[in-house]
Design a protein around this ligand. Structure first.
Ligand code: F6P
Length: 320
């Protein structure tokens, strides 16, 4: 590709800026023209994009959110929308697009490649819910934020001999819950991938720990499990331990990206542009172990996501 564009799409994630910066700077260093597209695919539909220079991406690597703004675009998700976006690219001579987002954004990238514009996806979402990659940009920052917030909740939970039930993000994926649950020593962690038994997995565990002298408890619930308020009331009723619910919410999506997110995003951004330089499209950049690799988008979208059940079992053994 000689002329490329970059956009962020779907829910934002800390580290997206580092990926945008890497795409812009590697593109320019390969002698390409690089456009920044505003508000996801919407910018391609309404021509809201501008040429970027080395300095357009100064001072963004340390910021959460996305300097290109983001959106979920229902109009783009139609055959007419895809054709319109492809026409914008053709008119400006753009022959490659880097899309930073989640699965929904990759389906768009696949369709746009089908309409003649080479697209590369970069996984950016705090949920870590993309099957083809071990890691998604934003995940580490979200984990550390959730952990810090729960540590604070723990201070007050401990002072009052209470139980705090904390809901973390993740609609379809329990990775944030599992990892923060381990990091904060949650007595129980509920995830959408694994069914739970209220008596055995929560009440009995709390009572057994209470018998050994434990007086305060943290329960982590993934958003996809839901019913956090209900669970909290039921815990209080069945254990007699005063309980409070906290829904962490969008605090997990913001903040300065961690070192890991900045470095992974930078490596993925560079890899995406390398593919476009070789005129390769319809690929998703991914991380396997510590290597940056790439997959065909359709194959990537069809891969089943594997939840780490072994780690889930280990976590139940340690937090007791
Ligand atoms: O995909 C990231 C995520 O934060 C999910 O964890 C959550 O379910 C969803 O986005 C919330 O979306 P919105 O910001 O549109 O409410």
């Amino acid at each position: 590709a000689k002329s490329i564009a970059v956009l962020t799409s779907g829910g934002d994630a800390p580290g997206m800026n580092a990926a945008v910066r890497a795409v812009v700077r590697s593109g320019l260093s390969f002698g390409m023209k690089v456009y920044g597209v505003m508000r996801g695919y919407n910018g391609l539909l309404n021509g809201d994009l501008h040429e970027m220079s080395m300095r357009s991406v100064s001072d963004i690597i340390q910021h959460g959110g996305t300097a290109l703004f983001t959106a979920r675009s229902p109009e783009f998700n139609t055959p007419e929308g895809v054709q319109k976006a492809a026409a914008t690219c053709r008119n400006l001579g753009i022959d490659g697009v880097v899309v930073i987002g989640g699965d929904g954004s990759f389906r768009g990238a696949r369709d746009l490649t089908g309409a003649g514009v080479l697209c590369i996806g970069i996984p950016g979402t705090i949920d870590n819910d993309i099957a083809c990659t071990d890691y998604t940009i934003g995940y580490d920052t979200a984990l550390n934020t959730a952990m810090e917030m729960i540590d604070r909740i723990r201070d007050t939970t401990e002072s009052h001999d209470r139980c705090s039930v904390v809901e973390v993000m993740g609609r379809r994926c329990g990775d944030i819950a599992l990892h923060t649950g381990i990091a904060v020593g949650a007595i129980a962690t509920l995830v959408p991938e694994i069914p739970y038994d209220f008596q055995k997995d929560i009440v009995d565990r709390m009572k057994a720990a209470q018998a050994t002298g434990k007086k305060h408890f943290i329960v982590v619930v993934a958003e996809g499990v839901g019913k956090t308020q209900e669970i909290t009331e039921r815990i209080q009723k069945e254990t007699g331990i005063e309980s409070r619910a906290t829904i962490l919410g969008h605090v997990q999506r913001g903040g300065s990206p961690t070192l890991r997110d900045r470095v992974v995003a930078s490596r993925m951004g560079y890899h995406a542009v390398e593919l476009l330089q070789k005129s390769v499209g319809n690929r998703v950049v991914a991380m396997k172990g510590e290597q940056i690799v790439d997959f065909d988008i359709t194959e990537a979208l069809n891969m089943p996501r594997v939840f780490d059940e072994n780690l889930y079992r280990i976590s139940a053994k340690l937090s007791i």
